[in-house]
Design a protein. Structure first.
Length: 153
């Protein structure tokens, strides 16, 4: 399980004394703990923190880092931008390898055929199938744009 790997990595990072890795791993574990608490508060006891939830949170944190890096670069703070990019790379280490754009196009076309989608009205069904099939393996925004293009054209 991915959560166990993250916890073991924290111990290894502490032993090695790598402060950046310790910091980002602790932030990730804190975000996962917050998610667990919110699930508990919403009475969703049957929905535990599984690998898909972990990958979802990691993707969210990576997007935050990339946005922060872009903002820092706009105000000429390359030192802080580099730090954010480094943190995003460390987080992406926990994700499965991402599909290339060409592979994603093929998968999206396959899923559209599988769910028999014909128009933009069917986009919800297609995106649900993509999320189940490719969660953590692709950029969902890119997948959404591809689905829109395929269904509208």
């Amino acid at each position: 399980m991915l959560l166990e790997k993250i916890k073991k990595d924290l111990v290894n990072h502490i032993k090695s004394g790598d402060k950046i890795k310790i910091s980002i791993t602790r932030l990730l574990l804190a975000a996962l703990k917050d998610k667990e608490i919110s699930l508990r508060n919403n009475q969703d006891f049957d929905e535990l923190i599984d690998d898909n939830v972990v990958m979802e949170i990691i993707n969210k944190m990576i997007k935050q880092r990339k946005l922060a890096a872009k903002t820092y670069e706009e105000v000429s703070r390359t030192d802080l931008a580099e730090k954010e990019i480094e943190e995003a790379k460390l987080l992406s280490h926990y994700l499965p390898s991402q599909l290339s754009e060409d592979q994603l196009v093929l998968k999206v076309e396959d899923i559209i055929k599988k769910v028999k989608a014909e128009s933009l009205r069917d986009m919800g069904k297609v995106m649900k199938a993509i999320k189940e099939d490719l969660s953590g393996k692709c950029d969902m925004q890119l997948a959404s744009n591809l689905v829109k293009t395929k269904l509208s054209g």
